[in-house]
Design a binder for this molecule. Structure first.
Ligand code: UT7
Length: 376
């Protein structure tokens, strides 16, 4: 039987830090509110496009696995914030890595994109279609976030991470997968303005209006991640006490605590990064995994549970059996160019462009074509 071992891992966090106090310079919010309701203290703002973050993360992951770009058969780019629609983003990573023999595809299931990508790449390796794959989770949300809306502006951050998968005859890697989608609630999380049904209307690209029913998403997220976790454990014949580490999607500390509680796993065995990076959507699970490895929290042969949810509302829980190696074989010298601005300066620049053009939010609601698309 063929498995898909995780043999490389790497991350890229842009250096500019946006604190809760920075946010309260232009929003009616406070450090106290954000920390108590979400657990978030700061997040990153990227000065480079998402592909550039991805290339740094993927280069690290390849060096960690002892591979080069030419060894890669498949690149999966998990994200909902692609730099461009066409060409796809995975092709931009392919050329930068020199992965000339690789298939390159984008996966967008919002915050679960990395996990769906991991499941897809694992299935392709296990079927014998490919041998070596790079799976990326990346998001650059700061460029299209509605910074005037405190319901969403305090929650999100930018970042990237990647893993390398390799065909193996040993039982390791992703061994159980529960994927699903709670589409009845798909209208509870919608970014108006982010999509081609708005093309050639009076909406300026990047000018978004977020439909975001936080409380409904919260409840459905806890339910879906808990049920998916129970399902994958049952299918794999495992019990909560056999799980060494939970690496969950990081949308809110209270969501993470609830999922841990209802899944019967104590918080000591849960990886938390939400205080440092906020919700980086598709990047949260792989960044948390990389940091768990860096902190020595992943043990050889250990079982790792990865529950996640996102727009759609897509959800999943993945069960990974780690292999023998928990340290990198090598390191990459590829880093981001220096950042010359503060995070607050970059955010204020986005806000200034928005203000200079005047809001086109009205166009996000009105055109008949858009309404037809959104009614689906
Ligand atoms: O990855 C998928 C993305 N989605 C999510 O992660 C969403 C999950 N939902 C959540 O994490 C939480 O529902 C939120 C963090 C979004 C909101 O927390 P909450 O405890 O559900 O707050 P709430 O929406 O019930 O709002 C409570 C109060 C309201 O004021 P009133 O009506 O009680 O006077 C809000 O207007 O807090 C107010 N509020 C804020 N106050 C200060 C909402 N946002 C803020 C803010 N700063 N940023």
């Amino acid at each position: 039987m063929t498995y898909a071992a995780i043999t490389g891992w790497g991350k890229c966090l842009p250096p500019a830090v946006l604190t809760n106090d920075d946010l309260s310079t232009f929003l009616d919010t406070s450090d106290e509110w954000i920390v108590s309701r979400t657990g978030m203290r700061e997040r990153r703002v990227s000065h480079v496009p998402a592909i550039e973050m991805s290339v740094v993360a993927a280069s690290q992951a390849l060096a960690c696995a002892g591979l080069e770009g030419k060894d890669v058969d498949l690149i999966i780019y998990g994200s909902c914030s692609n730099d461009e629609g066409v060409p796809n983003s995975a092709s931009g990573v392919q050329i930068a890595l020199g992965a000339t023999h690789a298939a390159a595809m984008d996966v967008n299931t919002a915050c679960t994109s990395f996990c769906y990508g991991l499941a897809t790449a694992t299935a392709m390796i296990r079927s014998g279609m490919v041998k070596n794959a790079v799976v990326i989770g990346v998001e650059l949300i700061s460029r299209f976030l509605d910074w005037s809306n405190r319901n969403v502006a305090v929650l999100f951050g930018d970042g990237a991470a990647a893993v390398v998968l390799q065909a193996s005859e040993t039982e390791e890697g992703l061994i159980g997968t529960a994927l699903g989608c709670d589409a009845e609630a798909r209208e509870t999380l919608r970014v108006r303005g982010l999509g081609l049904c708005y093309a050639n209307s009076d909406v300026r690209f990047g000018d978004t209006l977020w439909d975001f029913d936080g409380q409904v998403i919260f409840k459905r997220a806890v339910h879906a991640m808990t049920e998916a976790s129970k399902r994958v454990l049952l299918e794999c014949g495992k019990t909560p006490d056999q799980i060494d580490l939970v690496v969950p999607h990081q949308a809110n500390l209270r969501i993470i605590e609830s999922v841990a509680k209802y899944s019967g796993i104590p918080m000591e065995r849960v990886m938390v990064t939400v205080h440092k990076y906020g919700n980086m959507s598709a990047a949260t699970v792989p960044v948390a995994l990389v940091e768990a490895l860096e902190e020595g929290r992943v043990t050889p042969g250990g079982y790792i549970l990865m529950p996640a949810f996102g727009g759609g509302l897509t959800y999943c829980s993945l069960l990974v059996k780690w292999g023998d190696r928990v340290t990198p074989l090598g390191t990459s010298s590829r880093i981001l160019p220096p950042c010359t601005e503060t995070a607050l300066q970059m955010v204020n620049a986005v806000r200034a462009v928005h203000d200079a053009h005047g809001s086109s939010h009205a166009g996000l609601m009105a055109p008949e074509f858009v309404e037809t698309a959104l009614a689906l």
